[in-house]
Design a binder for this molecule. Structure first.
Ligand SMILES: [Zn+2]
Length: 252
């Protein structure tokens, strides 16, 4: 059994700083391999307070899509937790170049706790304990940003992190059977580099995953009660669309 636990579903700064939704990112468990994606504020507390509890020492790695705080705030803390306080050298962190070398979000002393740091780049493949994933394309966001497609027994799980819409996204994430989309905006807003609901629906209609999961909600998504719109969105896209909530455990 594989699963994705949504430790937080907050997107962008206002929902994060108000904590209207938690902001702990996602905890993947695929064929027994556990790894964490985008550890925003509150990741550690949401993990250890989960039922059943998620133990950071079981993590094999952490994927950082980009350096914005709602994704990266607890990266150092989670590295320390994953490595048993820094005493057990293990694990891999996957992060864009700028997170490591330009405006670093990972402290030098924490880097030494890790077995490996991988600088992610588009069109490259990576490996975490035998699980392979691809970075299909660089996103259009104000800082260097990537999502991934991970292979779980031949099933592709795609994660579209923060980005503006651009047509190449569709080709990049095609063949995803499960597609997670960070959908911050209810309606399109000029000069805000995030997907809106209509763009997320366009992506779903083109890629046709078996299941699409919307998460990372901004204020307008909450004001418009996005959690009540599952059926309408599923009808419009002819896809089973799931509206993530804090603590949701998605099994596949
Ligand atoms: Zn961002």
């Amino acid at each position: 059994m594989s699963s994705i636990k949504f430790l937080g579903t907050a997107g962008a700064r206002f929902v994060m700083i108000s904590q209207l939704r938690y902001s702990g990112g996602m905890w993947f468990s695929i064929n027994g391999i556990q790894f964490l994606v985008d550890p925003g504020p509150g990741t550690l507390i949401r993990a250890v307070k989960s039922k059943p509890k998620l133990n950071p020492q079981n993590l094999e790695g952490i994927f950082l899509s980009h350096r914005h705080l709602d994704h990266s705030c607890e990266i150092n803390l989670m590295i320390e937790a994953m490595t048993d306080g820094g005493f057990k050298k293990k694990g891999v962190v996957f992060a864009p170049y700028d997170c490591l070398y330009e405006d670093p979000v990972i402290l030098q002393y924490c880097r030494g706790f890790l077995e490996k740091i991988e600088t992610i780049k588009e069109k490259n493949f990576y490996n975490i304990k035998g699980l392979t994933f691809e970075i299909p394309i660089r996103h259009k966001h104000s800082v260097e940003t990537y999502g991934f497609k991970i292979n779980s027994n031949g099933k592709i799980i795609g994660y579209i992190s923060d980005t503006s819409f651009f047509p190449q996204l569709i080709d990049a994430y095609k063949n995803s059977e499960i597609l997670i989309i960070n959908t911050v905006l209810y309606e399109k807003k000029e000069n805000v580099q995030h997907l809106c609901l209509q763009e997320a629906e366009e992506i779903i209609k083109s890629i046709k995953p078996k299941k699409a999961i919307l998460t990372h909600f901004g204020m307008t998504m909450l004001k418009n009660k996005i959690w009540e719109k599952k059926d309408i969105i599923s009808d419009r896209t002819k896809t089973d669309v799931i509206i993530a909530n804090d603590g949701m455990n998605f099994e596949f």
